[in-house]
Design a protein around this ligand. Structure first.
Ligand SMILES: Nc1ncnc2c1ncn2[C@@H]1O[C@H](COP(=O)(O)OP(=O)(O)OP(=O)(O)O)[C@@H](O)[C@H]1O
Ligand SMILES: O=C(O)[C@H](O)[C@@H](O)[C@H](O)[C@H](O)CO
Length: 160
């Protein structure tokens, strides 16, 4: 989880590969209306995100589902929607400054999400620190370090 550009897709893919889990790209499940809204520079509202989060929660809660999901999950209530049917769910929060996020998003070409929307991501973001099952990582660390940290955390929590 985290704002646009924090590295969810990059780290999600690396972890899924390392752990032999399926990767579910949350962004692939946005409705055409949501995609169009973001593309035209309008931030999504709670109402816009509700059906998307409910769909992702259902996917996570499918029996036998063992997967890595990339999802912005910016607010506590959004994370609680995802947790509802999946009590073992863990979140990795990739923490990045607004200026670094804007730089990363602006450097991407052909992506639906414009750099002008980065500020709204930070206005919506509620830091998950202190919620159950959360690992906070500095998103500027090298990808392989981040992947090591996630895997070590997961293994430790399974063994505990
Ligand atoms: N640990 C990292 N260090 C440096 N650059 C990174 C790191 N992780 C990702 N990036 C770069 O930052 C950009 C955004 O990464 P990525 O697409 O994985 O983020 P995201 O959170 O999935 O973004 P979005 O939700 O907007 O699709 C990419 O150009 C990627 O190569
Ligand atoms: O909740 C949201 O506002 C969205 O999920 C965004 O975070 C983007 O889809 C994503 O980051 C793509 O760049």
């Amino acid at each position: 989880m985290g704002v646009a550009g924090c590295g969810k897709s990059s780290l999600g893919e690396a972890c899924a590969q390392r752990l032999g889990l399926r990767l579910l790209e949350g962004d692939a499940f946005h409705s055409p209306a949501n995609l169009e809204k973001m593309q035209s520079g309008v931030p999504l509202s709670d109402a816009d995100r509700a059906a998307w989060l409910a769909l992702l929660a259902r996917k996570l809660a499918q029996p036998g589902a063992s997967l890595v999901l990339t999802c912005s999950a910016l607010r506590r209530s959004y994370r609680d929607t995802l947790r509802a049917g999946s009590p073992g769910l863990r979140f990795v929060f990739l923490q990045l400054s607004e200026s670094e996020a804007r730089k990363r998003v602006a450097a991407r070409r052909g992506h639906v999400f414009p750099a002008s929307l980065v500020a709204s991501q930070f206005e919506t973001l509620e830091n998950p620190l202190g919620e159950p099952g959360v690992l906070v990582l500095d998103a500027t660390r090298p990808l392989s370090d981040l992947c090591d940290a996630v895997c070590a955390w997961l293994v430790a929590s399974v063994e505990a």
